[in-house]
Design a protein. Structure first.
Lengths: 142, 142
DNA sequence: CCCGTTAATAGTAATGGTTTTCATTTCCAA
DNA sequence: TTGGAAATGAAAACCATTACTATTAACGGG
């Protein structure tokens, strides 16, 4: 991380290092505020603004990705490699789906319309194992 | 539209009808504010709040879908049937991709994790025909 | 057709996530 | 070690969206 910052001409600060560690240490796709809380114990004076600024910088440097879902604040993913996500409509959890997606999924669209695809985003919506079984229970009762 | 509203127990108002027409008459996936502007000539006194409330109602009634993209306000799609979108990073346009997507795209993930998929979302990011050719021009020059 | 009831609207204030501002602190190259 | 620039903390501003409230208008029953 130090190297990434230096190479890009940015200063290495305690705040940046700690936020980076926090992101690396979780797979929960936290929001900015959640990261703020994760980091407060080690940086009692940090401000939420700095968290936002740092995450925005990390996004530009390509060390994380920002995930935008309907009706909820942005979430941040310490894994910058392309992968997909499953969002639970029950508990809100965001799970990784390390699903290989067909390489040529957009090729026909591209050929037909001249649209030059540089990336795509795939999201599954539904219910995680826990929420799905809760729902089945309730169905049986109600 | 009248019927849909009545059947669901809602009143048929001029605002609702005009907003519905505006949505039907475009394929541009407008934002709430854009719809507000489209509709002002026929409803000079309408408020932006009414546009938002109406769009939210239509979403619940299933006559439109809301599209959420990173870094831009919600867009609304008068076509409620599942289909996918391509977002141009040059001009911001949102195009329809009537691409058939493999039915079983998430089946393995579902089987492996117990996640119950009820829907998915696929988006292509890149450059529309116009923006792609502009970019090629600039490449040759610069 | 004409009310009376009550849902819907216009106008405006409030909200909440995010960005900006600015004085102060910290980093770091010389 | 130090001067200058970059980054931070604290707070204000921003902006899309939602909530509030007095007024308007839809519409079922007379
Ligand atoms: Mn992830
Ligand atoms: Mn569409
Ligand atoms: Zn769940
Ligand atoms: Zn374009």
């Amino acid at each position: 991380m130090k190297e990434v910052l230096k190479r890009a001409g940015y200063r290495v600060t305690r705040q940046r290092l700690v936020i980076f560690e926090a992101l690396r240490g979780t797979t929960s796709h936290p929001t900015a505020e959640e990261i703020y809380n994760m980091v407060k114990s080690r940086l009692p004076n940090i401000s939420l603004g700095t968290v936002y600024r740092t995450l925005e910088l990390f996004e530009r440097l390509g060390v994380l990705q920002r995930l935008t879902f309907e009706g909820s604040p942005s979430r941040f993913d310490g894994n910058p490699k392309p992968h997909y996500h499953a969002i639970c409509l029950g508990c809100g959890r965001v799970l990784d789906a390390d699903e290989p997606v067909p390489e040529d999924i957009g090729r026909r669209f591209s050929e037909e319309t001249g649209f030059e695809i540089v990336g795509y985003k795939l999201e599954f919506y539904g219910y995680c194992k826990e929420c799905a079984s809760k729902r089945r229970e309730n169905e049986n009762k109600g």
